[in-house]
Design a protein around this ligand. Structure first.
Ligand code: SF4
Ligand code: SF4
Length: 98
């Protein structure tokens, strides 16, 4: 893509150049930089049920053995699905800057 194409003043999607926004998938691309909110775990509430791990659409939650869920913030996009699905309200979404 040329610099002119990248900085073009597009009025409609039909005017966009025929190229994807990115040429690599999320395994390579650090999509975590897109997020505004990040998940924070309250271990005192977590019962290690694995529901957050099952629902995360970005495979950004790791659960090894009997450990608490760990968030991979380089790939978590901050969607909040884990917090929404947690039956114990153990995950809170907070602003990235906090
Ligand atoms: S869904 Fe909630 S309670 Fe279950 S493992 Fe995840 S954080 Fe813990
Ligand atoms: S906020 Fe979304 S992407 Fe991030 S860990 Fe939770 S479910 Fe996964």
């Amino acid at each position: 893509m040329t610099k002119e194409q990248l900085t073009g003043d597009y009025k409609t999607y039909q005017e966009l150049p025929l190229t994807p926004i990115t040429s690599v998938n999320s395994a390579t691309n650090q999509t975590g930089f897109w997020k505004i909110f990040k998940p924070v775990l309250d271990e005192s509430k977590c019962i290690k049920c694995t529901i957050c791990w099952k629902f995360c659409p970005d495979v950004a939650i790791k659960m090894d053995g009997d450990e608490f869920p760990q968030f991979d913030l380089t790939h978590c996009k901050g969607c909040g699905i884990c917090a929404n699905e947690c039956p114990k309200d153990a995950i809170t979404m907070v602003m990235e800057a906090e």
